[in-house]
Design a protein around this ligand. Structure first.
Ligand code: URP
Ligand code: ZN
Ligand code: ZN
Length: 461
């Protein structure tokens, strides 16, 4: 199959020029001005941006949590991702207590195989990592699962103590793995929660009020300090606030290999969402919680200055009816997480480029290239270059769209951004040369997505 994308404005993390892009089967094979080559399919991209497919390195499809499971599976979640211009996700497999790391990953392969519409990789959440299991990390790195998430939060469920964190970081650092850290001091948070419940504070807003920014900042500080002692890099996931960002900036200014992502919810939504009528606030119960609004500009500044390298979504949807409602009388029973995989690209284009906070190159870097580099996918993914996978989005930077649960494709009954109009919309999406979205319609096939064996952490950054 030969496809020619003509007349577009090609934008990568570093370049911005007008050119045609010729694709043979799944790879980009020629890029040049006014290409005169026969093709089976010609796509006219005049007036549009031609950008690398988005990479969302933080999703949770079918994640068991709080007695239920996140409502998107690998089919619905990856189709929704494709609609929004994301052509690769990295999802988090979870190790159950007592389970081998390989078994955990096999379970996730079984969830994803034959279902995904776009390419995908896995990180592994470890919950049980005694000394004798540590060598299994190296085996997984060899199988392309080169990053591991550990939690400083959720004692008794996900939490790893400092000894385990050090052990995991030491092993990862030695073998080219990367530790992703959920950095919140869960031990202190649990005490605060206990006191709140004893005082009868059960409404959704207490989810936020029991998780102070200092608990996150302390986690980030400790994660980076342990990584320094273990001589390993560390990647902070879903960073939400200025206090935590200060810790990352300080470390990076010292030259430490500390990296961090934030998510659209922390850039566009704020604490007041928990103050809505009735149980509405439950829609926004996620960890870390939404913060006071003034944090948002600090996070945008971090994205601009590279103290934050990536925007992921932490997509972890639970329906308001029946799932979020599990916590009607007790905020600690509300499953944590929210939907987002579909609208990351448009939200960041809108808030970033259209509103003058970042350049269009930085937009590409934050939504695609940096994740490819950090998570061992570059240059196969994350750029438009000869030899790279033809994961390409034709993006209309002038189109507007209004976000709503009534039009989105995620399998969830609400949108965090209901009624918000954004500038920037995906028109056509190619995943390894196949057109998977055309004029807003899914034209791909669930099952066509490939598992990506990722490389080791190479210090691209
Ligand atoms: O609330 C969240 N973030 N749910 C997903 C699990 C996690 O901690 O990433
Ligand atoms: Zn987390
Ligand atoms: Zn997450």
């Amino acid at each position: 199959m030969k496809t020619l994308i003509k007349n577009g404005n090609v934008v990568t993390a570093t370049d911005n020029y007008f050119a045609d892009v010729f694709i043979e089967d799944d790879k980009v094979s020629v890029i040049g001005a006014r290409l005169d080559i026969e093709a089976d399919k010609v796509i006219d991209a005049a007036g549009k941006l031609v950008i690398p497919g988005g990479i969302d390195p933080h999703t949770h499809m079918e994640l068991p949590f709080g007695g239920t499971s996140s409502s998107d599976d690998f089919r619905t979640g990856t189709i929704a991702a494709a609609h929004g211009g994301t052509t690769t996700i990295i999802d988090f497999a979870v190790q159950a207590h007592g389970e081998s790391l390989k078994q955990a990953v096999d379970n996730w392969h079984a969830k994803a195989e034959g279902k995904t519409a776009i390419d995908y990789g896995f990180h592994l959440i470890t919950t049980d990592l005694p000394d004798e299991r540590v060598p299994e990390m190296k085996d997984l790195i060899g199988e392309g699962i080169s990053s591991f998430k550990l939690f400083m939060a959720y004692p008794g469920v996900f939490l790893s103590d400092d000894a385990t964190i050090y052990r995991a970081m030491k092993a990862a650092g030695k073998d080219g793995g990367l530790i992703c850290m959920h950095a919140e001091n869960g031990i202190v948070i649990n005490e605060i929660i206990k006191n709140a419940l004893a005082e009868g504070k059960t409404a959704p807003k207490f989810h936020a009020l029991t998780r102070p920014t200092k608990a996150e900042a302390e986690g980030v500080h400790r994660a980076i300090a342990i990584a320094e002692m273990a001589e390993a890099p560390v990647y902070i996931v879903h960073l939400s606030c200025s206090d935590a960002l200060d810790e990352v900036r300080e470390a990076r200014d010292l030259g430490l290999p500390a990296y961090a992502e934030t998510c659209p919810q922390y850039l566009f939504l704020d604490y007041t969402h928990y103050e809505q009528e009735g149980f509405e606030g439950a829609k926004f119960v996620m960890t870390p919680p939404l913060r006071e609004k003034w944090n948002q500009e600090k996070l945008w500044a971090g994205l601009r200055t590279d103290d934050l390298q990536v925007v992921s979504t932490d997509h972890c949807p639970f329906c308001f009816k029946e799932q979020k409602e599990l916590g009607l009388n007790d905020f600690t029973k509300i499953p944590n997480g929210g939907p987002g995989v579909e609208h990351r690209m448009s939200l960041i284009y809108n808030g970033g480029v259209a509103q003058g906070r970042i350049s269009v190159n930085r937009f590409v870097e934050l939504t695609s290239t940096a994740a490819a580099k950090i998570f061992g996918l570059f240059p196969r993914k994350g750029t438009i270059a000869v030899g790279s996978d033809a994961d390409i989005v034709i993006f209309d930077a002038n189109a507007t769209q209004t976000l709503s649960a009534s039009t989105h494709h995620m399998n969830v009954d609400y949108s965090c951004y209901e009624g918000m109009t954004v500038q920037g919309a995906t028109k056509t999406v190619l995943s390894r040369g196949r057109v998977v979205i055309e004029e807003g319609k899914f034209t791909g096939k669930a099952g066509d997505g490939q598992f990506l064996k990722r490389g080791t952490f190479g210090g691209w950054y």
